[in-house]
Each structure stands twice: as structure tokens, then as C-alpha cells.
Design a protein around this ligand. Structure first.
Ligand code: F6P
Length: 341
């Protein structure tokens, strides 16, 4: 059996651990050969491959990023893209493809699977927003980085009697904000699932100062204020389709300072949450996903994605995992709201 492997979408800690788990399990137990595709869907689209054998995966377990490279190339938006992928897979004599990716990479995998390609998916995203699995690797590392940042912001905020705003990642979901915000003792957590009122945030901030604490506001990069509070349209559009070129955290920091008169600083944590070495949990989860993806290939369970439910690694239909994203339930958000202000 010859198996292609690709990593698509944003990188995240644990990708190399999955690749190593796949190759070690496949070569040792089943004598598989592997073909590494470079840079997500660009690899199979352009027939760009790399050697993927035991020496290639030696020593990569604790390394961040992905030895295969990644991209957000979308073959579905390229004329004849999916057909080209099928032709290249046949040309490379690849019997099955393991796709490690998030919502969009696995969405393409699902389409190819419907068109008869033998595909198994592995869920990946720091955002933890994939359906069908309790956790995705990369998330725990990102939450750890964000929590450490909050701990550090507390001491500088207190020393200067300032507000500190921390913008974390998450795109359309607030999982990193909620987990790190709670773990770090943030005073306000703002997420994309619930629009916020800047005036209300300012009241929380003032309440916090009134009891002699310097507030920490955690905001997810995809969070939005209620209608009418965003800057005027300036013709540009950001990653989230928002008009205006700004970071939501920086915008909020300026609003808080001008509305409350309290000195405010903003930290945009950005890609530090996605870079570097994976946490122990992410290495454990990613390695088990890799091993179990090979088991799914061996069992011929095409069109499935490995997933974690409690401690068990299961296989769920790709279609179920990709039909919508997993967002923070509002009951959970209400629960953490007890600490606001
Ligand atoms: O989906 C992963 C993610 O890191 C999001 O949390 C974030 O909003 C986005 O990707 C950033 O994308 P890019 O790496 O293209 O800047």
C-alpha cells in the first residue's frame, strides 16, 4: 500500500507528531510506503512530493510546524483542480491519502472522498472548532501560551494601574479565549459567538478598578461589537470579512482608554500561539491520531476522520466533522461570565 500524506491550513504544534505516528505505525506494522505532499493541497495539485520514510521522521516529535509545509491553496477554486489531484495521485500510484487539517482542508477531503478517492482525515486546529472530536491537537499548546501571557500581564497591569487587553486567536470560535481567560483569571472574555457592547466592557473595567484591581480583557480575534460600534468602512476587508484594517484587540484597547480615561495597553499574541514545541497533551493526542489514521487506512474506512471522545480514539464520518464548526455553547459562556467585572 502506498499512502500520501499532507498537512493543510494554518500550521499548529503537533503536526510533526502526527506525521511521525503515521509513518512509524505504517512502516513497522503494515510495511506501507509513504509519499509526502508539500504545502497542503498545493502538493497533490502540482505533483510536488517529498520522501517520507523512517529517517525523515526521526527527531521531529517535539518540533513545531510541519516538515511537509502547509498552505491554504484551495483546489476547489481552481479550474479542474480536483481532477488534477486525482490524476496526480494515480500517477504517483497512491492508494490512499491521509489529510491532516482543519475545517477547510477536510472539506476538500470530503469532496474528494465523495468522488471516490480513498481518504482518511486527521483533525487539526489550534482553534478547537472541529465537530466530531472533543479536542484537536495544537489547542492545548495555544491555551498554554495564552495563559502564560495573561499571568504576565497581571503583574505589569497591577504595577502600572493599567488595563491590559490581550487578543488571542480562534477565528470564528472563542475556545482559546474561554479556556485561557478562565485559566488566567481574566476579568472580561469576549468571543465571536456573542457580540459585545463596548460600553458594558468599560463598566466591567471601571468596576474592577473600583475594587483596586487592574483588569485584564481577553478578546478573540474574531469577536465583534454590537451593530454601530465598529469603525467606518474604509474599503478594506480583513481575514474575517470585517471592513476596516485593524486588530479588534487594538481597536478595543483604544476605545476603553478614550471612554474610561484609564491607561490601556494591548498585546496581540498572534502566531506565538501556533509556533514552537507542542505541549505533552498535544504530542500524546497527535501521536494517537497518527497511529489510528493508519488503522483506518488498513481497515479501508474511507471518508472518515479520527476523533477523540473522552479517552477513546474513534472514527467519525468526514461529512459530520465538516458540516459546521464547533462553537462555544452560550451556556458555557454564561457560566464563565460570573467572573466578569
Ligand atoms: O485557524 C487558525 C488561525 O490561527 C486562527 O485562529 C486565526 O484567526 C487565523 O488562523 C490566522 O491566520 P493566518 O495564519 O493566515 O494569519
Amino acid at each position: 500500500m502506498r499512502v500520501g500524506v499532507l498537512t493543510g491550513g494554518g500550521d499548529c504544534p503537533g503536526l510533526n507528531a502526527v506525521i511521525r505516528g503515521i509513518v512509524r505505525k505504517g512502516v513497522q506494522d503494515y510495511g506501507y510506503e509513504f509519499v509526502g505532499y508539500r504545502d497542503g493541497w498545493r502538493g497533490p495539485l502540482e505533483g510536488d512530493t517529498t520522501v517520507l520514510d523512517i529517517p525523515a521522521v526521526r527527531g521531529i516529535l517535539p518540533r513545531g510546524g510541519t516538515i511537509l509545509g502547509t498552505s491554504r491553496v484551495n483546489p476547489a477554486q481552481i479550474e479542474g483542480g480536483l481532477e488534477r489531484i486525482k490524476r496526480n495521485l494515480a500517477h504517483h500510484m497512491v492508494d490512499a491519502l491521509i489529510c491532516i487539517g482543519g475545517e477547510y482542508t477536510l472539506g476538500i477531503a470530503q469532496r474528494l472522498s465523495e468522488e471516490g478517492v480513498n481518504i482518511v482525515g486527521v483533525p487539526k486546529t489550534t482553534d478547537n472548532d472541529l465537530n466530531g472530536t472533543d479536542f484537536t491537537f495544537g489547542f492545548d499548546t495555544a491555551v498554554g501560551v495564552a495563559t502564560e501571557a495573561i499571568d504576565r500581564l497581571h503583574t505589569t497591569a497591577e504595577s502600572h494601574h493599567r488595563v491590559q487587553v490581550l487578543e488571542v486567536m480562534g477565528r470564528h470560535a472563542g475556545w482559546i479565549a474561554v479556556h485561557a481567560g478562565l485559566a488566567g483569571g481574566a476579568n472580561v472574555i469576549l468571543i465571536p459567538e456573542q457580540k459585545f457592547d463596548v460600553e458594558q466592557v468599560c463598566r466591567y473595567v471601571e468596576r474592577r478598578f473600583a475594587v483596586n484591581y487592574s483588569p485584564i480583557v481577553v478578546i478573540a480575534d474574531g469577536a465583534l461589537p454590537v451593530e454601530g460600534q465598529l469603525p467606518e468602512e474604509d474599503g478594506t476587508r480583513d481575514f474575517f470579512g470585517r471592513t476596516g484594517s485593524y486588530s479588534i484587540g487594538e481597536w478595543l484597547g483604544k476605545e476603553i482608554e478614550s471612554r474610561t480615561g484609564k491607561e490601556t495597553r494591548t498585546t496581540v499574541l498572534g502566531h506565538t500561539q501556533r509556533g514552537g514545541s507542542p505541549s505533552a497533551f498535544d504530542r500524546y493526542l497527535a501521536t494517537r491520531f497518527g497511529i489510528n489514521a493508519v488503522e483506518a487506512v488498513h481497515a479501508g474506512e474511507w471518508g472518515t476522520m479520527v476523533s477523540m471522545r473522552a479517552e477513546e480514539i474513534l472514527r467519525v464520518p468526514l461529512a459530520e466533522a465538516t458540516k459546521e464548526i464547533k462553537t462555544v455553547p452560550l451556556e458555557l459562556y454564561r457560566e464563565v461570565g460570573v467572573f466578569f467585572g
